[in-house]
Every structure is written in C-alpha cells, then in structure tokens.
Design a protein around this ligand. Structure first.
Ligand code: ZN
Ligand code: ZN
Length: 242
C-alpha cells in the first residue's frame, strides 16, 4: 500500500497554504481518498485523476474532513459526467452535506458505515471503529498485501487504537496539540498519540491533524518520547509505502 498525505492541518488551514485532513491510499489499481478536508482536492489531483478514484471515505462531518467533497461532485457530475462513485460516510452525513447542493444526482453511491463495519474496496480491506469525537466519527484500518494501516481520524483519549487494531505496520494518528497546550478533550496531544501507538505496538507512527501554529520540533520530540522511537510528521505530498 502507498499513503500520500494531501493535507495535515488540524481543524483549519494554515497561513502557508496548508490543507486540512486528506489522504490518498493506493494498492494496485485501487485509489481511496480518505477525508476530503478543505484544500485537499487540488492536492489530490496532483497524484491521481478524479476519474481514477475507486472510492471516498469521510470519517466524520466536521468541515476540515469533508468540505472538498463539493468540488469532486462538480467535476464528476458536470465536468466528466461520471456517476456512481462509492462514498462511505457515517449515517446521515450525505443528507447533511446535501444542504449546500440542490441534489447529488447520481454522482455518488452513498454507503453508510458503523462501528465494527468493514468492506473490501478493490485491493484494500477496510474496517471502521467509532472514536471518541462528538459527531459520529470512524477510525479506519486498511489492509492490503499483508500490511495494515490504522488512521485514527479525530479522537479524544477515550478511544484506543490498541483495542481496535494492535500491531499495525503504520499508525497515522491525530496529534492536534502539545500536551501542555491541550485546548479540547476531543483531540489528542502528541504525547497521547505516541503513548497510544506504543501501547498498540505500532511499527511506525506518523502524527497528523497538527494545529497550524504548533511548534513542529516540540511535537516531534514529545511524540517520539511517548512512542519510544522516532516519529514522522505528516506534511502535504509526503508519500510513504506501507
Ligand atoms: Zn478535524
Ligand atoms: Zn473533527
């Protein structure tokens, strides 16, 4: 599997063009866009053509994870005239998002995800787990070729990557804050993300959903100390093989 970071800015765009949450996951001919945060659609198109997407997954309804679905809708429907792209979302999110469009037409094939659900999309198997975050939010385990990625989506510390999917080859974890600067219990600090990945015996850890003005060096240090090994910070256009 190959993971491409399209954006890693936590909750809002940064002043230097940083996009919010979005990732491209590929294996063979399968291409899944995980989270369509604001700013990620432009970056996506630098890596894959919209018509070559196999599916989209929206982990939850906060705009920094789903706002760019509107751009994809316009391109597919009125530009490419393609319909039926599978979009996996928490229950009812398609109707919430429809408030800003007259209708979705047949552009998307909406599929509801719930806690413990799973599906095979092309060459990639997905499983979902409800996290500790107010709107219904789902972490994703993606498996292909004997390798596993866990993306935490947004979560507070009451959800456990260890309980969901221990021993992953890569954990892509939100780390919105430094521990002493936590602003909200619905997100993780770098320390919490590192400790959770260590508990889950993750092979590698990438920290993402970084508050735009956070001290990157301090995040790296705090995350690595808690993880017990070096960690990587997500940055747009970072590509890594799993
Ligand atoms: Zn978020
Ligand atoms: Zn959120």
């Amino acid at each position: 599997m190959e993971l491409t970071v399209l954006g890693s800015s936590g909750s809002f765009n940064g002043p230097n063009g940083e996009a919010c949450s979005g990732y491209l996951l590929r294996a063979g001919d399968t291409a899944i866009w995980m989270d369509c945060g604001n700013g990620t659609f432009g970056h996506l198109q630098q890596h894959v053509a919209a018509e070559d997407l196999t599916a989209v997954v929206l982990t939850h309804g906060h705009p920094d994870h789903c706002a760019d679905i509107y751009g994809l809708h316009v391109l597919l429907r009125y530009g490419l005239e393609i319909g039926g792209l599978p979009v996996y979302t928490p229950e009812g999110l398609d109707k919430q998002l429809a408030a800003l469009v007259s209708d979705w037409g047949d552009t998307f094939d909406w599929r509801t995800i719930g806690d413990g659900d799973g599906d095979r999309i092309g060459d990639i198997d997905l499983r979902f787990s409800r996290t500790d975050h107010p709107p219904p939010t789902y972490a994703i385990e993606a498996s292909a070729g004997g390798k596993r990625l866990v993306y935490t989506a947004d979560t507070g510390p009451e959800w456990s990557v260890d309980a969901f999917a221990p021993g992953a080859d890569l954990v892509l974890s939100e780390a919105s804050y430094l521990h002493e600067h936590r602003r909200s219990a619905i997100h993780l600090s770098a320390q919490q993300a590192g400790a959770a990945a260590r508990e889950a015996r993750a092979q590698r850890l990438i920290l993402t959903h970084l508050w735009p003005f956070i001290d990157r060096d301090a995040v790296l240090q705090e995350g690595a100390e808690a993880f017990g090994d070096s960690v990587t910070l997500a940055a747009q256009h970072l590509v890594t093989t799993i």
